[in-house]
Design a protein around this ligand. Sequence first.
Ligand SMILES: *Cc1c(COP(=O)(O)O)cnc(C)c1O
Length: 240
Amino acid sequence: MTMIEQNLQTVRQRIASACLAAGRDPREVALLAVSKTFDAQAVHAAYRAGQIAFGENYIQEAVQKITQMRALIALDGEGLQWHCIGPIQSNKTRLVAEHFDWVHTVDRLKTAQRLSEQRPATLGPLQVCIQVNVDGGVTKSGVSPPDALALARAVAALPGLRLRGLMSIPEPEPDFEVACAVFARVRALFDALNADGLALDTLSMGMSADLEAAIRAGSTLVRVGTAIFGGRPQPLAQPE
Ligand SMILES: *Cc1c(COP(=O)(O)O)cnc(C)c1O
């Protein structure tokens, strides 16, 4: 068994245990393998271990990898699913619209509009989450919770996109209960948007260090990098 295969098993077990502890069905929580800075071979090893969904932050690095993987894997119906989880500058929206299946980091209407316009019709709508800055970190991306409803309504109306939910990256928090409480605020916002009539089904929160707390609070998709692929080298130099 490869290291990546072993790590994937461990992460899947962590997800299952967290679901059990929270009284949830493990099938409610998807695993996104965050492969940023790792090469196509690492992605292929994870794919051979049954992993289908991959998350990438650096757009040009990702597009290269997506293209390599397409060549590597016989197109047997079930292709890979690629999720953009990094910040998106305006000059990268076209690449994202043309190569990704999901985007988790929409926090401005302008970006959403460009993605919608640039999404090739043949690919079907791009699946989108709105990134929420739940703990007010000033340097971080994400819409502030009070602005989330208006943005969500506007994004939901765009023809090239399908709004699926919310994403958040809270500051690292070592105390489990405190971490749960922060994630629960994102969950509460998610519930409020659904009560308002938006049919959201995806709550993208939780990473290697805090997936248990996120699952307790209702996460439906955890984004896990280090615990699967190991420690990351310096990001490949790529101005975004
Ligand atoms: C890198 C990254 C992850 C994965 O983080 P790990 O701590 O390595 O699991 C998840 N989400 C986002 C947005 C990231 O940039």
